[in-house]
Design a protein around this ligand. Structure first.
Ligand SMILES: Nc1ncnc2c1ncn2[C@@H]1O[C@H](COP(=O)(O)OP(=O)(O)OP(=O)(O)O)[C@@H](O)[C@H]1O
Length: 225
């Protein structure tokens, strides 16, 4: 079953004339792990932003989980995407003044009355990423790899079927990279669909499919075995 369909997506940012994505059409199955590779500036982050609703394409249809999101009013679209998609960033993006537990809980605090249940879920996710001994630490007290594990727990809080990862290991050494890849593999095995942009060949090879971006178009291939 298809989880994501992108039909003839075009993207030109208002401030430039150069199209970033040119008639891009890709289908992604439920549970697929897709690597997005290609030179800097080729549009990988832009595509992830289109899927998280932070950038609107100039043209084209986006169908997520059988729902055409172009046809939705803005607020409904954002509510829908909040449940379907979560993003993990290269820079972790944790809030420094909040503890690990608070960072993981925060995205759903405005939407939840049952704070105790939310806390229990956050604690379970923190344990799942192997950081139960760091629950009350603050981001600056954690290594980069640990911070990224917190960010992954935060992304999983709403149990979204789709995880977007933008260069998630770009700030990590190879040992921490491997820890994050192992964690993502575990998450993938629970049925999540993963789209991961990377410049790291080792990371790209983890995908079931590799989409290579170049000059606004995309070539699709399988990882080498
Ligand atoms: N808000 C914006 N307004 C104008 N141009 C933008 C905007 N965001 C990105 N761009 C441009 O769009 C192009 C694609 O950027 P994008 O970040 O999608 O590339 P990328 O493949 O993810 O690059 P990298 O591998 O360096 O992260 C770049 O030339 C960038 O400068």
């Amino acid at each position: 079953m298809e989880m994501i369909q992108l039909n003839q997506i075009n993207l030109t940012y208002p401030s430039s004339e150069q199209p970033i994505l040119n008639d891009l059409s890709i289908q992604i199955s439920k549970g697929e792990w897709v690597s997005l590779v290609g030179p800097s500036g080729s549009g990988k982050t832009s595509l992830l932003k289109i899927l998280s609703g932070t950038v609107e394409p100039t043209q084209g249809d986006i169908v997520i989980n059988q729902t055409n999101i172009n046809e939705m009013p803005l607020k409904k679209r954002h509510d829908f995407l909040r449940k379907q998609v979560a993003t993990v960033y290269q820079q972790f993006r944790l809030l420094p003044q909040f503890s690990v537990l608070e960072n993981v809980m925060l995205p759903l605090v405005p939407y939840t009355k049952q704070k105790k249940q939310l806390e229990q879920r956050a604690l379970a996710l923190i344990t799942e990423v192997g950081l139960d001994h760091r629950v009350h630490h603050f981001p600056e007290q954690l290594s980069g790899g640990e911070q990224q594990r917190v960010a992954i727990a935060r992304a999983l809080l709403s149990d979204p079927p789709i995880l977007l990862c933008d260069e998630p290991t770009g700030n990590l050494d190879s040992k921490n990279r491997d820890v994050i890849l192992e964690l993502l593999s575990k998450i993938h095995s629970t049925g999540k669909t993963i789209l991961l942009a990377t410049h790291d060949e080792v990371v790209a090879q983890k995908g079931d499919t590799i989409h290579t971006f170049h000059d606004g178009v995309v070539h699709t291939g399988a990882p080498s075995t």
